[in-house]
Design a protein around this ligand. Structure first.
Ligand SMILES: NC(=O)c1ccc[n+]([C@@H]2O[C@H](COP(=O)([O-])OP(=O)(O)OC[C@H]3O[C@@H](n4cnc5c(N)ncnc54)[C@H](O)[C@@H]3O)[C@@H](O)[C@H]2O)c1
Length: 291
């Protein structure tokens, strides 16, 4: 015990206030995902894979669903690195999120295998950089099919299983800062609109599902990242070599981000640490949208 500022009463020290490690051996237990089951679309590479890895490290079994016939080499490396040491597991299923029935069937099969479903991250998306005046009309719905319908149907398939197995939980829809502002020098009007739609979808689903699991919630939030160095963005730099420097200057931190800088956000959003957060947008963009 220590003396209070006025010296009149004893106050507990910070060590005394912390949980007794004998009785509460797990630090920050609200972040623990032991035994939980999640799906991550677009988890074959890039941001989705990195977020999936974080969830496995916290103890979850994570199924990465992606249309790649085989996941990226990076996926195997992550799988090997994780091994069984965290109690979780990283698995892969090939799926095209445009095929709603397939998504429904695969998510149902995963839930049945484990007798539960605790949530998902929807990271599968594509981008197309074309000035609006040149954008072929028939390509508009093609992108929305993946970036909007794919997200919508994955969230619904996942929610169905969460309700069936009585699992309150959390869904994180990967949107983008491009859903909030026009991304400088990036002529991607359809992509940007698709991400704005995902932001709105998170609010609508959050409202519909706030008490859907026997009075308990399926929380739904959107993640709005800034520019991240992933295969998607490396392609943009190939097409426009001046883009990298322009983007670096576009945010307050003067650099691009890396997928690992979103790990904490995924863990926060999918765990009980965010139990009072739903219908929100986690904007992580180096200050891009703040000035
Ligand atoms: N990279 C960035 O700067 C950035 C910024 C903000 C938001 N995002 C978002 O983050 C998410 C991940 O992007 P990324 O940069 O890692 O891109 P990426 O292209 O590296 O990864 C996207 C993954 O989605 C998969 N995918 C695409 N269409 C699919 C379909 N129909 N069915 C199943 N899987 C499909 C791809 O195969 C790929 O593995 C996307 O939603 C993207 O819009 C990225």
């Amino acid at each position: 015990m220590s003396r209070d500022r006025d010296g009149t009463a004893d106050a507990p020290t910070i060590q005394e206030k912390l949980p007794d490690p004998q009785r509460a051996p797990l630090r920050l237990s609200e972040f623990d995902l032991q035994d939980k089951v999640f799906v991550v679309t677009g988890g074959g590479r890039g941001l989705g894979l990195t977020l999936a890895e974080a969830l496995v490290e916290a103890g979850a079994k994570v199924y990465c669903l992606d249309r790649l016939p085989e996941p990226d080499d990076e996926f195997r490396d992550v799988q090997t690195r994780l091994g069984p040491k965290y109690g979780g597991e990283l698995l892969y299923d090939r799926i095209d999120v445009r095929q709603a029935d397939d998504v429904d069937r695969v998510v149902a099969r995963i839930a049945q295998r484990h007798g539960r479903m605790d949530g998902c991250v929807t990271a599968a998306a594509v981008q197309n950089v074309t000035p609006a005046l040149d954008y072929p009309a028939d390509k508009i719905m093609e992108m929305l099919d993946i970036n909007y319908k794919g997200v919508y149907c994955t969230a619904v398939s996942c929610a169905r299983q969460m309700i069936k197995y009585d699992c309150a939980g959390s869904i994180l829809l990967v949107a983008s800062m491009s859903g909030l502002v026009a991304n400088r020098r990036l002529t991607s009007s359809v992509y940007n609109s698709s991400k704005a739609a995902v932001c709105q979808l998170s609010r609508s689903l959050a409202m519909e599902w706030a008490k859907i699991v026997n009075g308990k919630p399926i929380r739904v939030n959107a993640l709005c990242p800034g520019n991240i160095i992933t295969p998607m963005v490396l392609k943009n730099f190939e097409d426009d070599p001046k883009l990298k420097a322009a983007w670096e200057q576009g945010n307050m931190l003067g650099r691009l981000s890396h997928p690992h800088e979103y790990r904490g956000a995924a863990l926060f959003a999918l765990s009980d640490a965010s139990s009072f957060m739903t219908g929100s947008q986690l904007v992580i963009d180096g200050g891009y949208t703040a000035w």
